[in-house]
Design a protein around this ligand. Structure first.
Ligand code: BG6
Length: 464
């Protein structure tokens, strides 16, 4: 089969500031919500002082090693690299009047380094973190004033980097706030639905205001949303299972609907009513929401099944969404069910629903790699996973889906988001560091490095 992707298809990798940068208090950076979660996004929020161990404090030290890492990405042939800006490097407390110049200068250096190799930056404004001071002093996104703070932050970075960055994303996996409210909207895990949906509303308005500002400040840029692609199948063909699957689908697609259509979908009225959720939505909010995204981006790792039968409801261990196991699929070491065909299904579904270009901004396999006695990492399982998913991306392109590009998750090993576990590796590049912080932080090319290099060089023709 000829699997040559379109010439303008962007190839690369995706990262997040709090999982790679380290330097958690350097050059004026403020404390973020991520700094308070040493066990990852589902772990306890732990009050901490300097000196407590948190693997993310150094992470993989991208803050100091970015030049070396970007050179490796260039060697891979990347044409795009997704990073996020840590809000706390720019506005350490979130509500500061003036930005922190040292933080702004850091990302200038990173973008300049990418430009040397013609790698296009794709920048997430908020990836699973926010200034912790906004949680302490404003109760996170439950406070409407955060919309303006976020808007100021977004406008600051748009203005500063307008000549360097033409691809932007607002909030990473915005739909995950339902499952991890502290990480998503800065609220306690046991918050009421009312509190969580009001905070989500504020975040949706902030996202739309960022879209508006981006269009005004950088007219030739494109800005997208970012969804956790939670594809689900009915466990059986019982109509009740199918209906329940549709209902659960709406629960996460609602975010994409608002961000791409510019208003709340009608099905949410009943949803809110049945949960006693009454949202405070102003006229101004409604106008703001009309600023819709240019493209839809999403992550895709796994799928699961849905049943209306409680007894069958044996939960799969999942990435944020807990779903029932699919007997037709195998799973990763962390129980994430591997489903390449689901990638094609999801691409078709999202394109059909939104009729906007799609960007796959996360996809990959977390695995425990072994360094053999010669120092090689023979990660054939990762090659298989990525190969099989990319074949399905190609199939979707043939189905007529407009896809801008693909950034695999974690092109270099980094701290995992859910568990803060560094042994869960995704990279083409191995980083010598363990969960206790031991290791030299040296970078080594894995077998998958050369495989992905071939894929990019051949525009996908080398896929099998
Ligand atoms: C996505 C996140 O949910 O999944 C990333 O956007 C995260 O930040 C990725 O790293 C993989 O999850 P994990 O927990 O294996 O790192």
């Amino acid at each position: 089969m000829n699997t040559r992707f379109p010439e303008n298809f962007l190839w690369g990798g995706a990262t997040a500031a709090n999982q790679i940068e380290g330097a958690w208090l350097e050059d004026g950076k403020g404390v973020s919500t991520s700094d308070m979660q040493p066990k990852g996004i589902f772990g306890e929020v732990t009050p901490r002082t300097v000196g407590d161990f948190n693997i993310k404090d150094i992470a993989i030290d991208f803050y100091h090693r970015y030049a070396e890492d970007i050179a490796l990405f260039a060697e891979l042939g990347f044409t795009v690299l997704r990073i996020s800006i840590a809000w706390t490097r720019i506005f350490p407390n979130g509500d500061d009047k003036e930005p922190n110049e040292a933080g702004l200068a850091f990302y200038d250096r990173v973008f300049d380094e990418m430009a040397r190799y013609n790698i296009r930056p794709m920048v997430t404004l908020s990836h699973y973190e926010m200034p912790f001071s906004l949680v302490e002093n404003y109760n996170g996104w439950s406070d409407r004033r955060l919309i303006a703070f976020f808007e100021r932050y977004a406008k600051t970075v748009f203005t500063r980097y307008k000549d360097k960055v033409k691809l932007w994303l607002t909030f990473n996996e915005i739909n995950m706030s339902l499952h991890a409210p502290f990480t998503g909207v800065g609220l306690p895990e046991d918050s009421s639905k009312q509190a969580i949906y009001q905070a989500i509303h504020h975040q949706l308005v902030a996202s739309a205001r960022a879209v508006k500002a981006c269009h005004e400040i950088i007219p030739d840029a494109q800005i997208g949303n970012m969804l956790l692609g939670g594809l689900m199948y009915p466990l059986t063909c019982r109509p009740e299972d199918v209906l329940e699957t549709e209902r659960q689908k709406q629960e996460w697609l609602f975010f994409g609907d608002v961000q791409s259509r510019g208003y709340y979908p009608s099905y949410m009225e009943r949803f809110f009513e049945e949960r006693n959720v009454v949202l405070d939505v102003s006229e101004e909010d409604k106008q703001d929401l009309k600023h819709t995204v240019d493209f839809i981006s999403f992550s895709y790792y796994m799928t699961g099944c849905v049943t209306s039968d409680e007894e069958l409801n044996e939960k799969a261990r999942g990435n944020i969404l807990s779903m029932v196991k699919n007997p037709h699929l195998t799973a990763s070491e962390w129980g994430w069910q591997i489903d390449p065909v689901g990638m094609r299904i999801l691409l078709n579904m999202l394109y059909d629903r939104y009729q906007k270009p799609l960007f796959i901004v996360e996809n990959g396999l977390g695995a425990k790699d072994v360094v053999d006695e010669s120092g090689n990492i023979n990660d054939v399982y990762r090659i298989q996973y990525l190969n099989d998913h990319l074949i399905q991306v190609y199939e979707a392109i043939r189905d007529g889906v407009e896809i801008m590009g693909y950034t695999s998750w974690g092109p270099i090993d980094m701290v995992s988001a859910s568990l803060a576990d560094i042994s869960k590796r995704y990279g083409f590049i191995y980083v010598d560091r363990d969960n206790n912080g031991n290791g030299t932080l040296a970078r080594t090319r894995k077998k998958s490095f050369y495989w992905y290099q071939d894929v990019i060089r051949s525009h996908g023709e080398s896929l099998k």
